[in-house]
Design a binder for this molecule. Structure first.
Ligand SMILES: [Fe+2]
Length: 359
């Protein structure tokens, strides 16, 4: 781990003070969306009814593996132009950025993704909000630096901690609902801060916003994007028993109810990362027909890491825990086609491992 990955004593004290201060320090919600800085020309969203989406997650290592996957994505893009990308969280390993000017944004996002010149809808992950140990998710305010970075980057799209994007803007084929469930799933839960509590102001505002945004949406396809999956056959497992830990809220029981109460049956898809794998799961009765897809293998794989066998029971059309990769969604008003590409680390090339019409 390099120095830039660890936080100093001063930052830890500031983070701890922020946790203790609670409601005086708030998350960046759509009401406080970050404006784009003068002179920054954001890459534009497509204005046509065919949308090709690159689906990546857990990419922000800055290492050779991230570059190899990005190389394969560039090759794909040169052959079949991509409209926009999803970065499904853990954008800046190991603990998140220090501030919006942090060089990690260049090392772990801009430079590896050079040439992938389209908007990247970014999701906050647990590593983006960490305080003491990598991925603890215990310093939620830290994620605000990733929101503020929206002002500075042509490709990074995160105007608030949760938001939606319609593509195209008029008569949308698809609307993405990018969600922040980190307050519900942190390994260091925000127990000293009522603002971030499962039934606190931040989550209640997000629930109300999501209910309204979904009700108002005229898009054919509605896609929820979270870092933490609702269901997964990987090591982190299903919401409600994350990581096999029988302790609420760390087990994700509040993520489970959030998804079941506000997303299930309302969106056709939930796209998530967190587990470093590629999974296309079947909808269930509990998910009310909503299909979970996990794409978290843009820089790391589960490999030989032990899987939670109790949770490895979701029916999968495709699952891969040993190869790096990404997914591509082709959306029109009439169809959703998914392709999974696995990446050969040795030469940065990809192979189509799965293709299926899902809608
Ligand atoms: Fe994660």
């Amino acid at each position: 781990m390099s120095d830039s990955d660890t936080i100093g004593r001063r930052e830890f004290v500031v983070g701890a003070a922020a946790l203790a201060a609670g409601a005086t320090l708030v998350g960046r919600t759509p009401a406080q969306a970050v404006p784009v800085a003068d002179g920054v020309a954001k890459f534009s969203f497509p204005d046509e009814g065919r949308v090709r989406v690159l689906v990546t997650g857990d990419a922000g290592t800055g290492t050779r593996t991230q570059w190899a996957v990005a190389d394969a994505m560039r090759t794909f893009h040169s052959r079949e132009p991509i409209s926009l990308a999803l970065g499904l969280g853990d954008n800046i390993y190991e603990n998140g950025p220090h501030d919006a000017a942090d060089g990690q944004f260049a090392d772990k996002f801009e430079n590896p993704n050079e040439g992938l010149d389209f908007p990247w809808l970014m999701v906050l992950g647990n590593h983006d909000n960490s305080a003491i140990f990598p991925g603890d998710g215990g310093w939620l305010l830290r994620g605000n630096a990733e929101v503020e970075y929206h002002a500075r980057s042509r490709r990074w799209w995160m105007p608030s901690r949760y938001y939606s994007v319609r593509v195209p803007e008029q008569n949308p084929v698809v609307e993405f609902f990018v969600l922040d469930v980190n307050p519900l799933a942190a390994y260091l839960p925000p127990i000293f801060s009522p603002y971030w509590a499962a039934d606190g102001q931040f989550m209640n505002e997000q629930r109300a916003w999501l209910d309204r945004a979904l009700a108002e949406s005229t898009a054919t396809w509605k896609i929820a994007c979270t870092h933490h999956p609702y269901s997964s056959n990987g090591p982190h497992g299903d919401a409600g028993h994350y990581d096999g830990v029988p302790i609420a809220p760390i087990n994700g029981v509040h993520v489970k109810s959030f998804i079941e109460d506000h997303v299930a049956g309302r969106c056709q898809f939930i796209l998530s990362g967190h587990d470093h794998s590629l999974q296309v799961l079947e909808p269930t009765t509990a998910s009310k027909g909503t299909r979970q897809i996990v794409s978290g293998a843009a820089a790391k794989t589960v490999g030989s890491e032990a899987r939670n066998t109790e949770d490895a029971s979701n029916t999968a059309l495709y699952e891969n825990y040993h190869e790096l990769g990404f997914m591509v969604l082709d959306l029109t008003a009439n169809a959703v086609d998914l392709r999974v590409h696995t990446v050969d680390l040795a030469n940065g090339t990809s192979t189509e491992a799965f293709a299926r019409r899902l809608g």
